[in-house]
Write a protein that binds this ligand. Structure first.
Ligand SMILES: Nc1nc(=O)c2c([nH]1)NC[C@@H]1CN(c3ccc(C(=O)N[C@@H](CCC(=O)O)C(=O)O)cc3)C=[N+]21
Length: 286
């Protein structure tokens, strides 16, 4: 068997086209475009590359960019002042704080300080709480991108057994909340570094979502033949970017979302979707 491609690159391009039309409407109605803010602390090259990509996506879709870059030694107070500025700035429809923040900063305090109505990442505690309660809220970008990628490729997930590997706040933790909603109706097992017998859990699964950041963790011998396998891990090595799924997995899987070209571009497209939706909500709130 050779796996079918879950083509995040092409799907994200379709979504960006759809969003560009909505941005044009919003810009005409409001007299100005929606604006995405980014807060980036420090000089991690990976984080810089991601933030630059987000601003490129915005420019293409007609969304304004507001970029706040702070030095690696920025104080908690400096970061929180930047958050306060973006909360107050009417040109900023939504924004994100690029994670991870340098270790000396209190990430949870920074997230708490955001205006939940401007949270383009869906990571504010109020929005994660709303997701838990089943109340409408901006959804975390990667989980939303995964659901959209599966939906648009008609991979069935209602009733499916999903094995998620990784319990981070941007992917592993929230994807379980999303996929177990009544509207998605999947059954999710959340595995992590404390899981005993990972291979057994993976073999049970119709859909495997690897978001552990452990290169080549999921190998073909672990998979149920025909399973949909999504690679969300990214590790920077001297040989380039390496995912959590071993390349041999494509021989056994039914569908594969590769890294690069799978979930990453979808994450970026969903960030734009969150910004556009925040702008649409604000337009109707007036
Ligand atoms: N507050 C916050 N929100 C995030 O959404 C967030 C974050 N912090 N911190 C870091 C992670 C990582 N992340 C990626 C987004 C797109 C690609 C992406 O587009 N990847 C391309 C390849 C990129 C490359 O070549 O470097 C692909 O997979 O095809 C990757 C990674 C968002 N994150």
């Amino acid at each position: 068997m050779n796996a079918q491609l879950l083509d995040g690159k092409a799907t994200a391009a379709d979504i960006r086209r759809e969003l560009t039309e909505r941005v044009a409407k919003l810009t005409a109605t409001n007299g100005r475009p929606p604006g995405l803010g980014t807060v980036l602390v420090g000089d991690d090259p990976g984080s810089h590359a991601y933030v630059a990509g987000k601003h490129r996506d915005c420019a293409q879709a007609g969304i304004a960019s507001i970029r706040r870059d702070l030095p690696a030694d920025a104080s908690q107070q400096q970061v929180e002042e930047t958050i306060d500025e973006l909360n107050a700035d009417p040109a900023c429809t939504g924004y994100i704080v690029q994670l991870p923040l340098p270790r000396h900063l209190d990430t949870n305090a920074v997230l708490e300080r955001m205006d939940p109505a401007k949270d383009a990442d869906g990571l504010h505690p109020v929005n994660l709480g709303r997701l838990t309660l089943g109340v409408e809220a901006p959804l975390p970008c990667t989980p939303r991108g995964i659901v959209e990628l599966l939906r648009r490729h008609e991979v069935p997930f209602a009733g499916a057994r999903v094995c998620v590997i990784g319990r981070g706040i941007t992917v592993g933790r929230p994807i379980g909340l999303l996929l177990t909603r009544r509207s998605e109706n999947a059954t999710v097992t959340l595995c992590h570094t404390g899981t005993k017998g990972l291979a057994w859990h993976v073999r049970e699964a119709d859909i495997v979502i690897a978001a552990a950041g452990s290169p080549g963790l999921v190998t073909k011998d672990m998979l149920r033949p025909g399973a949909a396998v999504l690679d969300v891990g990214i590790t920077r090595t001297d040989q380039g970017l390496v995912g959590d799924i071993h390349p041999d997995a494509a021989q056994v899987a039914g569908w594969i979302a590769p890294m690069p070209g799978g979930v990453g571009p979808m994450t970026r497209a969903m960030l734009l979707a969150n910004v556009v939706e925040a702008a649409e909500r604000n337009a109707t709130a007036i």
